[in-house]
Design a protein around this ligand. Structure first.
Ligand SMILES: [Zn+2]
Length: 303
């Protein structure tokens, strides 16, 4: 059978929250089958929040959750790494409300899970199989999922910035053929230098720096080392989508397509999917050779 996965041992990391600017300790702890991915706030009496669409309460600049008055912010890059590695069960302890941004990509979280090792568990892994097209729109922006025999993300972004235009604004990744680890995981978040002051007045982006984001000036980027991929911007947006989709509660089998999407539209899409029981089904696979290993065949490879 295709089995659920957790990590082999507890691992820790520390970093700042990109919005809070606070130093945060992050601990990933193995969890039993059917546990799901759950955040635990050590600084808030150990209260927990499930990584599920039902608890999303923040969608503007990042994706955040809230349950029983306890928030967890900027979860999407960690969830993207967990999705890519097919991790179903994990306890994520934090001593503040925001997941550390690390280098702005999901590569540090991939590395953390790799260093813990992956444990296959004696329980069927449950996939969310898309059976029918579900589409949401907001002005010109749209996002949809449709049936597909694997996991594929196709995205077009539309930024006026010279560097982003040059880099290519459309990309399609079929994760059975292209490696998330090699093609997506190192893509960093990005933002306009000119927005930083305005955001910081609102107590946002307090931890942002060229160490954890691509900083856009009027016509260029401020990062002296340049880009990690020639099309790093659209790749980061695909990284975000993989993370947001994981809030359905596991790996999906389907194709996502979008134009100018963001966390808000992704959240609307997840709610639309979950409100249409005929649009998806939960499926397990007896044959461990079944063609669903798009999520993690290469998990031990270098980034
Ligand atoms: Zn992001």
């Amino acid at each position: 059978m295709v089995k659920q996965r957790t990590i082999k041992k507890t691992v820790k990391a520390r970093g700042v929250g990109i919005h809070s600017g606070k130093l945060v300790n992050l601990t990933l702890i193995p969890a039993e089958p059917d546990h799901g991915v759950v955040f635990k706030r050590l600084d808030a009496g150990g209260r927990m929040v499930h990584a599920h669409s039902a608890f999303v309460n923040e969608v503007v600049l990042s994706t955040g959750l809230e349950s029983q008055g306890v928030k967890v912010s900027t979860i999407e890059h960690l969830l993207s790494a967990l999705s890519a590695l097919g991790i179903d069960n994990l306890l994520v302890e934090l001593d503040s409300f925001e997941v550390p941004i690390m280098d702005g990509s999901s590569a540090p979280f991939i590395f953390l899970v790799q260093s813990a090792g992956i444990e296959e568990q004696n329980a069927h892994k449950r996939f969310i199989v898309i059976k029918d097209t579900v589409r949401v729109e907001n002005g010109q922006s749209w996002a949809q999922v449709s049936p597909y025999s694997g996991f594929k993300v196709t995205l077009e972004i539309d930024f006026e910035h010279k560097k982003i235009k040059e880099s290519g604004q459309k990309l399609s990744i079929d994760f059975a053929e292209q490696s998330y680890l090699k093609e997506i995981s190192r893509a960093r978040t990005f933002g306009y230098e000119s927005d930083v002051e305005m955001l910081q007045k609102k107590n946002l982006a307090l931890g942002a720096s060229i160490d954890n984001a691509i900083a856009l000036s009027d016509n260029d980027i401020l990062n002296e080392d340049g880009m990690r991929y020639h099309n790093e911007f659209v790749k980061h947006k695909i990284l975000d989508i993989v993370g947001d989709l994981f809030l359905l509660g596991g790996n999906i089998i389907g194709s996502y397509e979008g134009y100018r999407t963001g966390h808000m539209l992704n959240d609307q899409l997840l709610s639309a999917i979950l409100s249409q029981p005929n649009a998806f089904k939960i499926q397990t696979f007896e044959d461990s050779n079944s063609p669903v290993h798009f999520y993690s065949e290469d998990w031990q490879n270098d980034l």
